[in-house]
Design a protein around this ligand. Structure first.
Ligand code: SAH
Length: 392
């Protein structure tokens, strides 16, 4: 391992890494010509100006997070065996959490596998690689996944926007079997998702516990699921005995999956293709209300610079969603933007509800389910926020 390139930090740099974060930022590094010329994704070892060892990681000069640390031992082999051990640990945690094989199996830094997300749908895996370092490990990773789970189908959903920041292309490719369509069992409902064409990994496992909670409030009540995607909240509520259930989304393919799932589960729900803001304005004007309202939008703050307009959009959504919540009803508001803090999100939701003229009590604060572990030194990886209010 003597040839492994060494990345040197500037004096006193590596602050977050000293506190356990697996990230080294590009401005913390002595960028020599040799460093800059390292191939994106090269495995390196990192040393402080004081000779302190930060261990082994992978490097990308193009990325703001220039090194993602993988292992304390600077000479550790980063290969299929290494990845297999990490995957087995991730699997052990999921098996402790859930008997059914439907979950996020790997949650990047939360599982000490930066740049990698794997969602499991029984014997089908949806794999998302978001960094050059993990991309360079694709072949040993696929070997390791086979060794651990022998999956029948593997889809590489390498189409996240963040790949461009790492200099990576965007593609979706089936590397094993076929994986267009999967079924998911969750909260007693059988859902369908489309891995080849669907969004993100194909299914939003992060909301499973929040769906169960909202469903527990839904019996005999009317429910509006805004941004319903493939019917996650809507059908969990219908299964729990909701009265009328309406889902709204702008994506026709997502609504088709929701309808198919409703039929397969013999559940009654109405799905409407519309823009949520426009539809909420229309319902408000028409004085239509629902006992339980769920609003789980796409990220409004995609980058740090979008914080102010994004925060405003969350406030507006809270105002309109509260306006269509019936007296004595419940409102769930979510944000999946890691660029807005829970504090700020809560402030915007409170302001929006107040503007709608309603009085509300916050009865639940939640994040993603436990199959989305958060790295203790990376609070920003707790991206999902969900708030439940009881309205007067
Ligand atoms: N609540 C869903 C996940 C929502 S993801 C679940 O539990 O699985 C966000 C959804 O918002 C996507 O399905 C996307 O198609 C939809 N969307 C994005 N912009 C929209 C808009 N302006 N109006 C309606 N739906 C929108």
């Amino acid at each position: 391992m003597s040839q492994r390139p060494v990345i040197r930090l500037k004096p006193r740099e590596g602050r977050r890494a000293r506190h356990g974060a697996p990230w080294i930022f590009s401005n913390e590094i002595e960028m020599t010509a040799k460093t800059k010329s390292l191939a994106p994704g090269s495995v390196v070892q990192v040393k402080g100006a004081d000779e302190r060892d930060f261990g082994a990681g992978y490097f990308n000069a193009k990325s703001l997070i220039a090194v993602r640390l993988l292992e304390k031992d600077p000479a550790a082999q980063i290969d299929a065996t290494f990845l297999e051990a990490r995957l087995r640990r991730a699997l052990r945690l999921r098996e402790a959490l859930s008997a059914a094989p439907f979950y996020r199996l790997v949650h990047a830094e939360g599982d000490d596998l930066p740049g990698l997300v794997v969602d499991r749908f029984a014997d089908t895996l949806s794999v998302q690689i978001s960094t050059a370092g993990m991309q360079a490990l694709e072949a040993p990773l696929l070997d390791a996944l086979s060794a651990v789970l022998a999956p029948a189908n593997i889809v590489l959903k390498n189409d996240s926007a963040s790949r461009a920041l790492e200099g990576l292309d965007s593609h979706v490719r089936t590397v094993r079997g076929e994986a267009a369509r999967v079924a998911i069992e969750e909260n007693g409902v059988r859902y369908y998702a489309d891995l080849a064409g669907g969004q993100k990994s194909g299914w939003y496992y992060d909301q499973r516990d929040n769906r169960a909670f909202m469903a527990s409030l839904a019996k005999d009540r009317s429910v509006l699921d805004a941004y319903c995607y493939a019917g996650g909240f809507a059908l969990a509520a219908a299964k729990a005995g909701a009265g009328e259930v309406t889902g709204i989304d702008s994506s026709a393919p997502a609504l088709a999956l929701a309808e198919e799932s409703a039929a397969a589960n013999r559940l009654k729900a109405r799905f409407v293709k519309a823009d949520v803001f426009e539809e909420l304005e229309r319902l408000w004007t028409a004085k239509e209300t629902f006992d339980v309202v769920i609003a789980d939008p796409p990220p409004f703050v995609r980058a740090k610079k979008d914080l102010e307009p994004g925060a405003k959009a969350y406030r507006k959504l809270a105002r309109l969603a509260a306006a269509v919540t019936a007296p004595g009803g419940f409102l769930f508001l979510a944000s999946c933007s890691h660029n807005i803090s829970m504090e700020r999100f809560k402030e915007e939701c409170a302001a929006g509800i107040l503007r709608s003229g309603r009085k509300a009590a916050l009865i639940r604060e939640a994040g993603a389910g436990p199959d989305h572990p958060v790295h203790p030194a990376l609070p920003e990886t707790a991206y999902l926020k969900g708030l439940v209010y009881a309205l007067d």
